[in-house]
Each structure stands twice: as structure tokens, then as C-alpha cells.
Write a protein that binds this ligand. Structure first.
Ligand code: ATP
Ligand code: MG
Length: 464
């Protein structure tokens, strides 16, 4: 191992000078330094500045790192513990436990950056791949954007539209029923939410099947950027052990943003979009690792923060292209109290296919979408000329549309605090039956608010 000296510290960017007698540490190699209080600071090599000097990004706060202090090279890139032992634990980007429960005695350590890129599935396997639906118990999701094992699903929306709660609800409902493991990666989001999730998982008894990786908003950009790679490394290893893995990220946008910060700090010139020139390669490198193999699968649910509600933001658009399902949350629906605030007309998916969900499901979904689209158009007319002016048939469609729209709202288990109602899990069969009955006009006489924030339809009918 070589030793060098800190030559310059510029925020999270640290330059290290070596004597030049030996080869410099390689790209992404980890260097260890001590700050002036004797705390270890991990640096990752990002660039070779000269034959004796490397530029690193710090993965912990570098505020107390001083010039001239000694740095040791390790000959390694970031390696994290993998395997069953990480379940129920909380890790940071370096794979160190941050839950205060002692060291993780893992069977194996794995580098978070992969060199063996055997990315493409062989075509034969793709043919044999069966589509398996993971029921979420969330009406709108199961009906219109079914979660297929091995797919990549995005939850998009501006600030405070319910991305995190929808992600948590999926975790809550799917992990309970599903017999695989789950990896949750918190990237650049609130530390409080990280704590809440941990305690919620513990309370509901599913913590032992979940591994948590956090690189939250208090961490330097390098740590926020790499945390997602740490998360996917844990998921990949569980998949190799024949498991079906659910992989959650909140939020992928923060990964893009951290990449931009790193790029700017390194002095790279942004592309004309304002983001780092490496944005799409970073996104693809990460997303290509989410894939299904003979042994097991990885199903990804990623929340995507949309800055200023602008769906044409270049980073958001780049993320789009890797997703099979795009569930868009809208502010207009939040303002009407329609939770989950999924806008079915802005969202899209390749998973809603009669060969996957079956013909009946497909037809009900298409009919529902048709009515919701008509409702949207009629809403504009009604707001101008009033409901009285609608033709008889339009009025019928309008009122049926309102009932359908209300039926597709749902009280969440994870939002009990916000709604004051107990959560409801609705099996997809019940969702289909409910929609079918409304589409057939069997609820035309029931006031529409009776269908608001309920679970299944039957129970309501008995009451009403
Ligand atoms: N399904 C829901 N039912 C009831 N209330 C909800 C629901 N989803 C979201 N909310 C309300 O909206 C608030 C914001 O939700 P959440 O934190 O999930 O948003 P977010 O999109 O993750 O926001 P941010 O971009 O700030 O992370 C919640 O605190 C809650 O009051
Ligand atoms: Mg959030």
C-alpha cells in the first residue's frame, strides 16, 4: 500500500499527492485519510491529474481534513457485505452498519462497481421468461399499471404529491405477501423518512426481509451518488441466491442530481441541458443491472422527483427511457384530494397487455381509461357551461366517470395518519369487479361520495 499526502481540499473534492515512485492508485480506488480529530475519511479516486497527483471525491464530510496529512491507498474499490446477513440492517454507502447493532458478519464482500458486463439476456431466456404479476393491493396500480416481476417501474411527481407514500404502500403490501427479499435505497431524501421507514418495517414485522441503504440529503454528493450502486449490489447478490428481489429507490432523481454535483465539483463542463455530460451513461449503467436471470429476478420501483412539476426536465426524460411503467402523479388530483394522485392519462406502461393480464382485465382497464378520458374533456365543458348543459348521454358518462374516479381512490395503510381512515388492501379481482359494476351502470344511483376513499365495492353497497 502506498502513502500520499493531502495536497488540496476544496469542499468534498480532495487532491492527493503521491511520491511518483510507484504507479498511482487506479480509478475508483479507495484511499483512507484521517481528519484532524482522528476520524477516518474515505476518499474515492475520480481522476488522475498528473503522474503524481489524483483528484478524489470524499464519501464522508471532509470539512476537517487538513492539507499535508497522510493518506493510505487500499488497492480496492468500495466493497460491501452481501448476502442474507444484510437483511434487517441499515447500511451506508460503504456497507457499514449505521443502525448501531454491531458489525455485519457477511459471508462475502462485493465491489459495488461491476467489471463483468454480461448484461444482455440471451434471447432464448427472454422467450421462456414468464410474466408474473405481483399484486400490490392498490386498485389504480393493479388495474392500469400492473407490477410485473422483473420490470422497472417509475413513480414520478413534483414535490409532495405522494411519491414516497406510494412507494411505502407498495413495500407494505407486496413484501407482506411476497416471499422474496427487498432492498430499499434512500438517495438524497429526508433523514426523518429513513427513520420512519425503519420503525414502520419493524412494527409491521417485515424488517427481517428488507435491507436498507441510505445516502440521504445530509451526505456529501459522492456518497449520495454511490449509494444507489451499493443498493443494487445487495439486490444482485440476493438474486444470484435464487431470490426474487424487490428493489426500491427513493429518489432516482437525486442520484442524477448527485452525479451532477460530483461532475461540477470535478470541474467538468455541463452539457447544453445543464446536467452532467455523463448523465445517460450513469443512468444506463445503473438500470442495466436491474435484470432478471435464470436464478431470480429484480423488480424495481423507483420514485422520480420532478423538479418544478416539469416532465420535460432533461434528467427526468433520461430516466423515463429505462422504465417499463411510468406512473405520473399530478398536482391537480392532489388538489381534489384524489389519492393516490396517479394521473392515468399522463401515465403509461408496457405491462398492460392482454397476454399478460388476460382479456377481461385488459378490456376493463381500456374501458375505464376511455371513461376517465371523457370525464377529463367533460370537466372542461362543465366548468364553463355547467352540468345542466350536457346532453343526456354525456351526463351519464360524466357521472359514471366521477364514480369510477372516486372508486379508484384508496385509503393507504401508510397514510392512516393523514386520512384518518384505516388502510385497505384490495385484491385485483375485487378491483376488476368494482370497475365492471360501475361501468355497467350498477352504481349510477349511489351518490358518488360513497365511493370516495374506500376499499372494495361490495362492503360499501351493503352499508349503503
Ligand atoms: N395516498 C395518500 N393518502 C393521503 N395523503 C397522502 C397520500 N399520499 C400523499 N399524501 C399527503 O401528501 C404528503 C406528501 O407525500 P409524500 O411525502 O409521499 O410526497 P413526495 O412526493 O414523496 O414528496 P417529496 O418530493 O417532497 O419527497 C403526505 O405527507 C400526505 O399528507
Ligand atoms: Mg418523498
Amino acid at each position: 500500500m502506498m502513502t500520499g499526502k493531502i495536497a488540496a481540499v476544496n469542499g468534498p473534492v480532495v487532491d492527493v499527492e503521491f511520491s511518483g515512485a510507484e504507479a498511482l492508485p487506479g480509478m475508483y480506488e479507495i484511499l483512507e485519510a484521517l481528519d484532524r480529530f482522528g476520524r477516518q475519511v474515505t476518499l474515492e479516486v475520480m481522476e488522475h491529474l498528473s503522474q503524481t497527483r489524483v483528484r478524489c471525491i470524499s464519501l464522508a464530510t471532509s470539512i476537517n481534513v487538513v492539507r499535508g496529512s497522510e493518506v493510505r491507498s487500499t488497492g480496492k474499490v468500495i466493497e460491501v457485505p452481501v448476502g442474507e446477513k444484510v437483511l434487517s440492517r441499515v447500511l451506508n454507502v460503504l456497507g457499514q452498519p449505521i443502525d448501531g447493532l454491531g458489525p455485519i458478519e457477511a459471508e462475502k464482500m462485493k465491489p459495488i462497481r461491476r467489471r463483468d458486463k454480461k448484461f444482455l439476456l440471451n434471447p432464448e431466456m427472454r422467450e421462456r421468461q414468464k410474466f408474473e404479476i405481483l399484486e400490490t393491493g392498490i386498485k389504480m396500480v393493479d388495474l392500469l399499471f400492473p407490477l410485473i416481476k422483473g420490470s422497472k417501474n417509475g413513480i414520478l411527481g413534483g414535490a409532495a404529491l405522494g411519491k414516497s407514500l406510494l412507494t411505502l404502500e407498495v413495500i407494505h403490501n407486496v413484501v407482506h405477501k411476497h416471499h422474496g427479499a427487498c432492498v430499499f435505497t434512500g438517495v438524497g431524501e429526508r433523514i426523518r423518512e429513513g427513520h420512519e421507514l425503519y420503525h414502520e418495517l419493524k412494527r409491521t414485522g417485515i424488517l427481517d426481509r428488507v435491507a436498507l441503504v441510505y445516502g440521504q440529503m445530509d451526505e456529501p454528493p459522492g456518497a449520495r451518488f454511490e449509494a444507489i450502486l451499493t443498493g443494487i449490489t445487495l439486490a444482485e447478490h440476493l438474486r444470484e441466491k435464487n431470490q426474487d428481489v424487490l428493489f426500491f429507490v427513493d429518489s432516482v432523481y437525486r442520484f442524477a442530481q448527485a452525479g451532477m454535483e460530483v461532475s461540477t465539483l470535478m470541474g467538468h463542463i455541463p452539457s447544453e441541458t445543464g446536467y452532467q455530460p455523463t448523465l445517460s451513461s450513469e443512468m444506463s449503467e445503473f438500470h442495466e443491472r436491474i435484470q432478471t436471470e435464470a436464478a431470480g429476478s429484480i423488480t424495481a420501483v423507483e420514485s422520480v422527483y420532478v423538479p418544478a412539476d416539469d416532465l420535460t426536465d432533461p434528467a427526468v426524460v433520461t430516466i423515463f427511457s429505462y422504465l417499463d411503467s411510468i406512473v405520473v402523479l399530478s398536482r391537480a388530483r392532489v388538489q381534489k384530494g384524489l389519492y393516490p394522485a396517479i394521473d392515468p392519462l399522463l401515465s403509461s406502461t408496457v405491462n398492460l397487455d392482454p397476454d399478460i393480464v388476460g382479456k377481461r382485465h385488459f378490456d376493463i382497464a381500456q374501458e375505464t381509461l376511455r371513461i376517465l378520458r371523457r370525464l377529463e374533456e367533460l370537466n372542461h365543458i362543465v366548468s364553463v357551461i355547467g352540468i345542466e348543459e350536457l346532453s343526456k348521454s354525456d351526463r351519464l358518462l360524466y357521472e359514471r366517470g366521477l364514480r369510477l374516479q372516486n372508486f379508484l381512490t384508496q385509503p393507504f395503510f401508510t397514510a392512516e395518519l393523514h386520512t384518518g381512515r384505516p388502510g385497505a388492501y384490495v385484491p385485483v379481482g375485487q378491483t376488476l369487479n368494482g370497475c365492471r359494476m360501475i361501468l355497467d351502470g350498477r352504481f349510477d344511483q349511489v351518490p358518488e361520495d360513497k365511493l370516495y376513499l374506500i376499499g372494495e365495492l361490495q362492503e360499501r353497497r351493503r352499508e349503503g
